[in-house]
Design a protein around this ligand. Structure first.
Ligand SMILES: Cc1ncc(COP(=O)(O)O)c(C=O)c1O
Length: 455
């Protein structure tokens, strides 16, 4: 919200520099409370991150206890018990599809390290020309120069294009607006086959890794590829010795109703990037997990992977990861996420007759809605209205935070919101959240006096 007359007088450099931000003083369960005591449903768990729910004392205690024992040692010089424990638990959570884990401080770092692991693997495999990264348009992989270059969300890239290396993007798996003008009935996976074309044009000897979100995050708000898509992608990657890297920063740790989203698609990636929910919403931490053959190639050859950041593998964050995994199992939260996700989807179907609701999609507790001006033609709303930003602001007034996004029509226009609440949400709370959304949709969201900004 742009309120020029009322700029934030604090010393904080905000995302929206002219917005009056609500100050959240505490949080419990699925609720946030501002400093006047007003309550908000956290319907997106921040940026689809707070998987466990707010205010869990056990989570706070684990941080306190670990900080008292040892908060920091450098991973280049030492190991530490929480690091080993967290890596072990994460590999076990993957049913040992993954065998080694490299911890970092967040999702962007995980993507950067994953791509570097791919490069190192090829170097140590005697294929020094394999360096190109192929990813998809309308994806989001993070905000550093590398991760943003692989990102395909136009608006998020544009300001920083001069700093981004030229990498290659293929069309997204986005059935609602298929780039090949196919319907699910006529689909023959052109969007997957596009990977083979791209690899051929670049020269297979030059391509290192294909990077993809298994289910799209905020850039396409829950777009799920057709079954068979990732099997075809896996086939192409294997054929050309291109590693398959899944960015599960958002989808990982149960968000889609399985511990990892790749489990839905009958494939196993060569590199798995995690973040967000890995720390349950209690600590900034990410990770890259790989199967044994990736690690072994590097261990048996150069024996060194000279990348990483100072805070990587710190005991504090790793203790939180272990506790998060235990908590997910102890409280059966992945199953709960799956169950509540289905209920949320069922409730959201009540909105299908709304004239602006074009598509409802997603998996688990990651459910997006795309709004359109015309349901038949799928024409997008005029970006000047910043509809989704306005809708989200209206929800906030009514007591619910929900994330919004734009650019789903080839980066230029489009309006979406995404539900991604903590896994502990129950049916009554989902009913309340959907009621708030319905009420917000009744407001006039098309006034010309627009003070909202989208991204
Ligand atoms: C799919 C995906 N990858 C990477 C990132 C970057 O993670 P972070 O913001 O923790 O650096 C995000 C963040 O939204 C994401 O959704």
């Amino acid at each position: 919200m742009k309120t020029d007359s009322h700029k934030d007088p604090s010393h904080v450099f905000n995302f929206f520099l002219n917005r009056d931000y609500i100050s959240i003083a505490r949080a419990k369960g699925i609720y946030l409370y501002d400093d006047t005591g007003k309550r908000y449903i956290d319907a997106s768990g921040g940026p689809i991150l707070c998987n466990l729910g707010h205010g869990i004392k056990e989570m706070a205690k684990v941080i306190k206890d670990q900080a008292e024992k040892v908060a920091y040692v450098h991973r280049i010089d030492f190991t530490n018990p929480p690091l080993k424990e967290a890596a072990k638990k994460l590999c076990k959570a993957s049913n040992h599809a993954m065998d080694k884990v490299f911890f970092v401080s967040g999702g962007t770092e995980a993507v950067e390290i994953g791509v570097k692991i791919a490069r190192k693997y090829h170097l140590d495999n005697g294929k020094p020309f394999k360096s190109r990264v192929i990813s998809r348009w309308q994806s989001y992989h993070g905000s550093t120069a590398g991760a943003l270059a692989w990102t395909g969300a136009t608006k998020r890239r544009n300001d920083f294009l001069p700093y981004l290396h030229d990498f290659n993007h293929i069309p997204p798996a986005y059935c609602y607006r298929c780039w090949f003008n196919k319907t699910p009935e006529t689909c023959d996976l052109d969007c997957a086959n596009a990977l083979e074309n791209e690899i051929m044009c670049l020269g297979p000897d030059n391509v290192s890794v294909f990077l993809s979100e298994p289910v799209s995050g905020m850039s396409l708000c829950g777009a799920v590829p057709k079954q068979g898509y990732f099997e075809r992608i896996r086939e192409i990657c294997t054929k050309y010795d291109v590693l398959l890297m899944f960015d599960e920063v958002m989808t990982g740790m149960g968000r889609t109703g399985k511990m990892f989203a790749y489990e839905h698609f009958n494939v196993v990636p060569d590199i798995l990037a995690l973040g967000k929910g890995l720390g349950g919403g209690y600590f900034p931490i990410g990770a890259v997990a790989v199967p044994d053959y990736i690690h072994k190639k590097i261990a048996d050859n150069s024996g060194m992977f000279g990348a990483g950041h100072s805070w990587g593998g710190n005991p504090l964050g790793c203790a939180v990861v272990s506790k998060t995994i235990d908590y997910l199992y102890e409280h059966n939260l992945v199953e709960q996420c799956n169950k509540m996700g289905r209920y949320l989807d069922h409730k959201l179907q009540e909105l299908t007759c709304h004239p602006l609701v074009g598509n409802i999609r997603g998996m688990g507790l990651m459910r997006g809605i795309e709004f359109v001006k015309d349901k038949k033609t799928k024409k997008t709303l005029d970006p000047k209205f910043a509809f989704s930003a306005r809708l989200s602001a209206e929800c906030l007034k009514l007591g619910m935070f929900i994330e919004y996004s734009g650019g789903c029509d080839r980066g230029q226009s489009g309006d979406m919101i995404m539900f991604g609440p903590p896994f502990i949400i129950n049916e009554t709370q989902i009913d309340q959240a959907v009621e708030i959304l319905k009420k917000a949709l009744e407001k006039d969201l098309f006034s010309d006096n627009n003070t909202f900004l989208t991204f």
